[in-house]
Write a protein that binds this ligand. Structure first.
Ligand code: HEC
Ligand code: HEC
Length: 202
């Protein structure tokens, strides 16, 4: 009699352990952590978001809001992209928020790039005059939710400038105003000098 009860007791205990484990396993499958999500971006954007370039931009250290707005714009298709529109569609709003928290806390690592020193010097002046108001600290600041320009990969910057200037990607009104004056006064060469300035920064 006694032994039979003991057996039932063990059956009951192991059963409840099993039942208790299932929700934990399910939960783990349902809500991946931010760093697990970020791992799926590393193939292109580098470990913790600092791309070893040059085809994908570095996304480490960009602001929380800029990250969310960007991913939502890709998801809706309002910001043009070669692949990000497809990738962004695979993530829920909650997952995007989690990743924003993760990437905005990472350090933007700047890798050495080729640049023309004379163009970079000219670009530095143009930046001060036309762009530093919102892209503060020579384009290093993530404030104003405007992305980080200093040390960003040149091919990506060139591609972004083309998208802006062709009207494919919408520019904030005040930025467009400055960009239009820059283009009028300095032409495409001015835009190129700015790119050399940003890619010269370490
Ligand atoms: C197959 C390569 C690839 C993968 C994987 C990838 N990206 Fe991208 N990402 C790009 C490229 C290339 C761009 C530039 C836009 C474009 O052409 O799609 C970009 C642009 C971005 C930008 C805009 C950066 C800026 O400064 O405005 C963000 C944010 C971003 N990706 C986030 C992510 C996140 C988050 C993941 C993982 C969930 C991810 N990407 C996965 C290649 C990739
Ligand atoms: C009035 C503020 C303002 C000024 C002035 C301004 N920008 Fe911007 N810039 C922004 C904002 C805000 C964004 C983010 C826009 C978005 O993607 O929706 C941005 C985004 C960018 C991006 C894209 C960053 C990325 O990661 O994709 C580039 C490149 C850029 N600006 C270059 C410039 C240059 C060059 C100048 C000077 C000619 C300039 N901006 C002047 C506000 C400004």
């Amino acid at each position: 009699m006694k032994n039979r009860h003991l057996w039932l007791y063990f059956l009951f205990m192991s059963g409840s352990v099993l039942i208790g484990t299932v929700p934990i396993l399910l939960q783990a499958a349902e809500t991946p952590t931010a760093s697990m999500l970020a791992n799926s971006c590393a193939g292109c954007h580098g470990t913790n978001g600092s791309s070893v370039g040059p085809a994908s931009p570095t996304i480490a250290g960009i602001s929380n809001d800029y990250f969310i707005e960007t991913m939502q714009a890709y998801k809706k298709g309002t910001r043009p992209a070669t692949i990000m529109t497809r990738i962004a569609k695979g993530y829920t709003d909650e997952e995007i928020k989690l990743m924003a928290g993760f990437f905005s806390k990472q350090k933007f690592i700047r890798y050495e790039q080729n640049f023309d020193p004379a163009k970079a010097r000219a670009g530095k002046k143009l930046h001060k005059k036309y762009c530093d108001k919102c892209h503060e600290d020579a384009g290093r600041s993530a404030e104003d939710d405007a992305g980080i320009l200093a040390g960003q990969w040149a091919p990506y910057l060139r591609y972004s400038m083309d998208d802006f200037n062709s009207g494919n990607r919408e520019m904030e009104k005040k930025m467009k105003k400055k960009m239009d004056i820059l283009k009028k006064k300095e032409g495409d060469e001015g835009v190129e000098q700015l790119i050399h300035f940003y890619s010269s920064q370490k």
